[in-house]
Design a protein around this ligand. Structure first.
Ligand code: PLP
Length: 426
C-alpha cells in the first residue's frame, strides 16, 4: 500500500513507467506471452515463478489496474473480473463447496440476490438472507456449522441501506468466517471497508469507477487480514494441497496473497471471466478522476434530495447523506465525506405517477445503468427487480413506487429544472 492520499492514488497507483517507457499504461492487446525456453514456461504453469503466459490468467494492463484499486482500498492483492457479477460469484465460490452456506444481507443488488438466492443454490450452496438492521442476536442465529462467509453492500443498490460494517464484521469473525463487502456505490473514495473489519471487497467497476458508462467490469480485493489457517478446517481449498498444481498449498506458498492467487489460478483458469485489457485501460482512465467525480456526485445528490424533499408532489426521499434519513448516523460514521450520487424517492400519487414522471424527463434519461457521469432514472419494480414478487421487493428494501435516481455531475440547476418540469406533468 502506498502512503499517497486518495486523489493521488487515483492518478499514480498501479503503473509507474520506467525510463523511456510509455507515460500512460499501455493496453497489452495480446493473448499470450513469449518465453525463450520451455523450462521457464513450465515453472510458470506450476506457479513456481510469477510471470505472464496467457491473458485468461493474467495480463499486465489488468494487473496494473487491479493494483491501483488494491491500493485505493488498502488491500494486499486484487484481481479484475469481466463484470461485477463475476466478482460476486468468484468471491464466494473461491471459499465454498457444495453443501456449504453463506449469510447475506437482504438489501442487495438484484443481480447479486438472484446469484446467491437461486444460481449458487443449484450448485449446492445455500444462502440465508438477514435484515441489515437486525440485532446482533438475530444475526448470530443465521449462522450454521457449514457457514463459510458473510456478504453485504456498503450502500445497498437500490435500497440505500448503509450497512453497519462493524456489526457484520464482528459476527463473521466470531464464527470464524470472512466478511465480504460489495463497495460499488461508496467506492474507496468514500468508504474503505477494510478499516471497519471487512476481509474482502468486491466491486462492479462498471459504475462509478469506470464512471462514463463505457465498460462492464468487476474487481475483488483482499485485505490479507483473514487468517485462513486459523480456521483451516473450514477452508480446505486454501489450506490443503491443490492437486491441479502438484499439491501446492495456497496459504503456505502465497501467504497473504493466497485468496487472490487461488481465485486466479483456479477460478479464472476454469471459468474464464477475464476483463478485456481494452476495458481495463478505459477503467483506468475513469479511476483517475474518481475522487473528483465522487465529490460532485455527492454534492449534486444531496442538493437534488433536498429539492425533492421540499416538493409538494414528492411523498418521500431516501439519501443517507440527508439529515433525518434512517441511515444518516451510519453514513456519518462510515462515510463522513459523502455517500454516493444515487438517491431514491416516491411520489404521493404512487407507482403510475412515477412512470409518468420518468417518461416526462428530458435531460435525465431512463437507463438500466446507474452511477455514471450522466443523470439517469430507473424504476426497479419494473426493471432490475422485476423478477421479484412484492414480498421479496419489500425485503430487499424496494418499495413498488421507488424511483432510483442516479444524480450525475451536470450543473445542479439543469438537473432540478428537468425534475421540476417533469413533476409538473404528474
Ligand atoms: C451493478 C452492480 C453489480 C453487478 O455488476 P455488473 O458489472 O453489472 O455485473 C453488483 N453490485 C452492485 C452494488 C451493483 O450496483
Amino acid at each position: 500500500m502506498s502512503n499517497y492520499k486518495m486523489e493521488t492514488k487515483c492518478i499514480q497507483s498501479g503503473y509507474q513507467p520506467g525510463n523511456g517507457e510509455p507515460r500512460i499504461l499501455p493496453i497489452y492487446q495480446s493473448t499470450t506471452f513469449k518465453y525463450d525456453n520451455s523450462e521457464q514456461m513450465g515453472r510458470l504453469f506450476d506457479l513456481e515463478e510469477s510471470g505472464y503466459f496467457y491473458t485468461r490468467l493474467q495480463n499486465p494492463t489488468n494487473d496494473a489496474v487491479a493494483a491501483k484499486i488494491c491500493d485505493m482500498e488498502g488491500g494486499v492483492a486484487a484481481m479484475l473480473t469481466s463484470s461485477g457479477q463475476a466478482a460476486s460469484f468468484y468471491a464466494i465460490m473461491n471459499i465454498v463447496e457444495a453443501g456449504d452456506h453463506i449469510v447475506c444481507t437482504s438489501a442487495l443488488y438484484g443481480g447479486t440476490y438472484n446469484l446467491y438466492a437461486h444460481t449458487i443454490r443449484k450448485m449446492g450452496v445455500e444462502a440465508t438472507f438477514v435484515d441489515p438492521d437486525c440485532t446482533e442476536e438475530e444475526l448470530d442465529g443465521a449462522f450454521r456449522d457449514n457457514t463459510k462467509a458473510v456478504f453485504g453492500e456498503t450502500i445497498a443498490n437500490p435500497a440505500l441501506v448503509v450497512l453497519d460494517l462493524e456489526k457484520f464484521a464482528k459476527a463473521a469473525h466470531t464464527h470464524g468466517v470472512p466478511f465480504i463487502v460489495d463497495n460499488t456505490f461508496a467506492t474507496p473514495v468514500n468508504c474503505r471497508p477494510f478499516e471497519w473489519g471487512a476481509d474482502i471487497v468486491t466491486h462492479s467497476t462498471t459504475k462509478y469507477m469506470d464512471g462514463h458508462a463505457t465498460s462492464v467490469g468487476g474487481a475483488i480485493v483482499d485485505s490479507g487480514n483473514f487468517d485462513w489457517e486459523a480456521h483451516a478446517g473450514k477452508f480446505p481449498g486454501l489450506t490443503t494441497p491443490d492437486e491441479t498444481y502438484h499439491g501446492i498449498v495456497y496459504t503456505e506458498r502465497f501467504g497473504k496473497g493466497a485468496y487472490i492467487t487461488k481465485a486466479t489460478a483456479q477460478l479464472m483458469r476454469d471459468l474464464g471471466s477475464i476483463q478485456a485489457p481494452q476495458n481495463a485501460f478505459l477503467l483506468n482512465i475513469g479511476l483517475e478522476t474518481l475522487a473528483l467525480r465522487m465529490e460532485r456526485h455527492c454534492q449534486n445528490a444531496l442538493a437534488a434530495a433536498m429539492y425533492l424533499k421540499n416538493h409538494e408532489k414528492v411523498a418521500w426521499v431516501s439519501c443517507p447523506a440527508l439529515p433525518g434519513d434512517k441511515y444518516y448516523d451510519l453514513a456519518q460514521k462510515y462515510m463522513p465525506d459523502g455517500t454516493c450520487g444515487v438517491i431514491t424517492f416516491g411520489l404521493k400519487k404512487g407507482r403510475d405517477a412515477a412512470v409518468r414522471m420518468m417518461d416526462s424527463l428530458k435531460m435525465i434519461a431512463i437507463v438500466t445503468h446507474v452511477a455514471d457521469a450522466r443523470s439517469c432514472v430507473l424504476h426497479p419494480a419494473s426493471h432490475t427487480h422485476r423478477q421479484m414478487n412484492e414480498q421479496e421487493l419489500l425485503e430487499a428494501g424496494v418499495q413498488p413506487d421507488l424511483i432510483r435516481f442516479s444524480v450525475g455531475i451536470e450543473n445542479i440547476d439543469d438537473i432540478t429544472a428537468d425534475l421540476e418540469q417533469a413533476l409538473m406533468q404528474v
